[in-house]
Write a protein that binds this ligand. Sequence first.
Ligand code: 5GP
Ligand code: ZN
Length: 114
Amino acid sequence: MDNCLFCKIVEGTIPSNKVYEDDRFLVFHDIQPAAPVHVLIIPKKHISSMNEVEMEDFALIGELHKVAQEVAEKLGIAQSGYRLINNCGKDGEQTVHHLHYHLLGGAKLGALVQ
Ligand code: 5GP
Ligand code: ZN
């Protein structure tokens, strides 16, 4: 996708600090970490947001959870726990319009919803 920051990170035209990569997913450190561990998990396929996920993509999204599990283990936060977050749209404060999940951990994160 032209002019998509995360597609450029996938292509390698914008550098990133990679944690995991395979043919369908890329995981890299967030440039402005909000927790001791803060990585972004993205499908390489350009999907603008959660709202644009189509039926054919749901298996991919399911597999993304497996990647999250493996990356949490790799980064040493599997046992202490973590949060997997997707921000969607304006009220969700999504700023990059390529589907991504924040994986946060390494400290008590505080409750967002009570
Ligand atoms: P959103 O607010 O859309 O859910 O999350 C976008 C995230 O992308 C933010 O946490 C932001 O810090 C991160 N981000 C924005 N630009 C870059 C970049 O160029 N490189 C990396 N690694 N992260 C970025
Ligand atoms: Zn993209």
